[in-house]
Design a protein around this ligand. Sequence first.
Ligand SMILES: [Zn+2]
Length: 880
Amino acid sequence: MRTNQPQTIYLSEYQAPAYLVDHVSLRFELFEDGARVHSTLSMRRNPAAMQSGSTLELDGDSLTLESLALNGQSLASDEYRNEGDKLVVPTVPEAFELTVVTWIEPQNNTRLEGLYKSSGMFCTQCEAEGFRCITYYPDRPDVMARFQTRVEADKSAYPILLSNGNPVEQGDLENGRHFVTWEDPFPKPAYLFALVAGDLVEKRDTFTTCSGRNIDLRIYVEARNARKCDYAMDALKRSMRWDEEVYGREYDLDIFMIVAVDDFNMGAMENKGLNIFNSSCVLASQDTATDAAFQRIEAIVAHEYFHNWSGNRVTCRDWFQLSLKEGFTVFRDSQFSADMGSPTVKRIEDATLLRTAQFAEDAGPMAHPVRPASYMEISNFYTLTIYEKGAEVVRMIHNLLGAELFRKGSDLYFDRHDGQAVTTDDFVKAMEDASGRDLGQFRLWYEQAGTPVLAVSDHYDEVQGVYRLDIRQSVPDTPGQSGKKPQHIPFAIGLLDSEGQPLPLNMGAEDSNGSFERVLELTETQHSFEFHGVKERPVPSLLRDFSAPVRVHYPWTREQLLFLMSHDPDGFNRWDAGQKLAVDVIQSLVDAPQGTEIEPRLVEAYRLLLNDTELDQALVAKMLLLPSEAYLVELSDQADVPAIHAARERVLDHLARALRDDLLACYQRNAGQGDYELTPAAIARRSLRNTALAWLLHIDDEQGRALAVEQYEQADNMTDRLGALRALVNSGFESERTRALAAFFERFQDDPQVVELWFSVQASSDRAGQLPQIQALLEHPAFDWKNPNKVRSVVGVFAGQNLAAFHNPDGSGYRFLADQVCRLDDSNPQIAARLVSPLTRWKKFSPQYSSQMKAALERIRDKTELSRDVYEVVHKSLAD
Ligand SMILES: [Zn+2]
C-alpha cells in the first residue's frame, strides 16, 4: 500500500483476465478482535485471455493469510508466493476450486476501505479496490461472479446481518452467535459486494413493480435515527417508478435495502440490493435537515438506485471506464430531479457546479479526459470530470438524438450488454446503432481533456436583413495533451428583437422553417451561420439551457445583459445574463480606485427581481444570488483572492443598502404560512426570505437583527433556523452570533449531521472562520478526525469555501492545510488526497500566493511515507 514510487497504470495495457470466477462462496466469522473470512472460488481459465501459461494471480491488501487450498488440497508454503499485494499460485488447472482463509482487523481499519467498523457496526466499502482488503481475489470489475455470503456474529450485539441478494437461510449457533446466508443470483464484480452487521432498526415498505412483483423495501438505521427515514423511503419509491416509466427498467431482486453509516468516505454506494449510505445522504427530518439536504437525499437515493441497471447489471470493463456508469447515472438522476422539481433551477445548479469546479479541474494539473488514459490511484479519479462532465456528455447525446431515439439507444445498450462489463465506446455504439447517427467525432468528448472555448462574434447586414454568427472553436492544452481536434458541440441559440420577442431562425433565403430556437452543430474549427429575414439587429441568446459544457466568449454589453435578464424566454440564460452582469461589475471593481461608482443599473435590475412576483420564484431566488468567490476566481487569471473578496463584498454591501426596503418587503412577503412543505414553491419562498435576511444582516441592519433572532427562535424547520444562524454568524452582531451558535449546539449536540452543519457555518464564514477559530473547532469535543464528514465540515469547508481566510496573504491557511493533509494521510489517504485539491491550482493565483501554495505542496511532498493517493495528486500538481 505505502510506497514512495507508485506505478502508473495505462488503459492501453488492458488485458482480459486470465481466469474467471463463476461462483464465490463466502463465510464471515465476525469477532471484536477481528474477522475470519473463508472464501471458496470456482474458477476457470478465460477463453478470451491473451496470456499463455497457468499462473494465477490474486489481489490482496493488508491481509493475513491463514490457509490456501486448491481443489481441497492444502497448498504448502512453497506451492504459492505471497508477494504482499499479490498472491501467486504458479500452476493451476484449467478449472478448479480455490479456498482461501484470511484474517483481517476491521476494528483497526481507519482507511474505511474493505470491511471496517462505524459506530459499533460492521460495514463495507469495496469500490474501487476495497474487496482485496477482505480476501485474496481477482479484484477487477470485468471479473463477474455469483456470490453466496454467510455472515456469523454475536446475536445480541449484531442482531441484523446483511449482504447482497436475497436471504436464503438463517439460524442460531453456539455461544450466543447466529448466522444469515444471502444469495445473489446476478453475477457482479467484487466492488459491488457489501456486508453489514449491527444493532439496527428497520423501516419497511413495499413496492409493486410494473410487472406486478412485490419488492420488500427496508432502510436500516441506528435506533436514534428511526424517525429520519421517511423521506428517503419516499424518494426510493418515486425513483423506482420513474425508472420504469422513463427508462423501462424494473427492479430485479425480491428485496432492496439501504443502510445508513456515520463513517463513510463517499456519499453512498450502490452495492447490489444493499446500498450503503453516508448518514448525511439519507437521514432527514424537518427539524434537522435543510431543503438542500432533502434535495440532495432525493438525488442520491435515486442515483444509487438507478445504478442497479447503469452500473450493476451492465458494469465497467476497467476503471478507465468509470464514467460509463457514473456519467450516465448522474445524467439519469439529474433528469429525475428536474422532473421532481424545477427543471430550470436544477439546470442552473448543475451548470454552476460544472463551471465553478469542473472547469477548474479541467484547467488544472489533474485535468483528465472523461475516459482517462492512465492513473496511479483510482480513488483520485472519482472526480467532477468523470461524474459531472461525464453526465454532460450523455446529455449532449440526448440532445443530439432527441428523447425518443435516446431511449431506443439506452434500451439497446441494456439489452445488448446485460450481465457484461463494457466500455464507454460500447455505450456510444449502442446510441449510434439505435439512432443511425454517426457519433465518431463526438467520441472526442471522452478522449480529450480540457474545456472547449467558443469565441463568438456577430455581424448584421441591415440592407439584406441578414444576421451572421461567426464561431471559432478551440480546446486548450492540458497535461499530456496538446494540439487537440475540434469537438462535436450542440450549440442551442435564439434571437430576440428589441421588444424581447423571439425571431424566426431561417437559415437561408429559401428557408421558412420559422422555429424560434435551433441547436447548431459545431464540428469544425470555424463556422459561420446566417439568419435571413432579420428586420433589426437582434440580441443573441447563446448556449441556451447550457447545451454543452463549454466556455463562450462574446463581447456582451451591459445593455444586452440587462435586456436578456428580463426578456430571455430561456430561464437558464436569463439567470446567466444576471450572473454575467454581476461578474462584469465585480471584476471592474477589483483593481478600481476606492470610491469608484457601482453600476446603477445593477441595483435597478435587482430591485426589479426582488419585486417580481410573476416570474417563477425559484428562478428569482437563484437570480438573486451573486456569483460565488470560487466562480470569480475561476474566471480570473492570476487571482488575488482578498481583492476579489473585497470587490464582491462591496457590491453586496451596496445592493443591500440601496435595496433595504425592498429586502424587508421581500422578507415579509415570503414569511412562512401554514405547515412545512417541500414543494418547489415553498422551497423558493424560504430561499428568498433567507437571502433577504442574509443581505440585511450583511449591512448590520437593526431591524434585520431583530428578524434574525426571532426567526432563529421560532423556526419550525432547519432551513429557516440555519438561515437565521448563518445570517447572524456573518453579521457584525457579535453577542447575537455567540448566543445563537451556543444555543444551536446545545439543542442539536446529539445529532452528528446537525453538528456538521454547525461546524460548516463557522468554517465558511470570513467573520467566524479565521484560522485561529478553525483551529479551535478542531479541538472541539464534537470534532472527530476518524469521521470524514467532520473533517470535511471544518477543514474541507475552510479551504474550499472560506476563500478570503484560506488565502490569507501570510500563507498561514496553506501551511495549516498541508499539516492536516499530512496528519490525515496516515489514517485515511482517500480523504487526505481530496483535501489537497485547493492547493493544486497554485499556478492560477498571483505570485504572492502561488509561491506559498507551492511551498505548502512541497511540505506535503517531503513527508516520509506518503500514500499513493496523496503522492499522485501532489506530484502531478508540482510537475511542470
Ligand atoms: Zn454513482
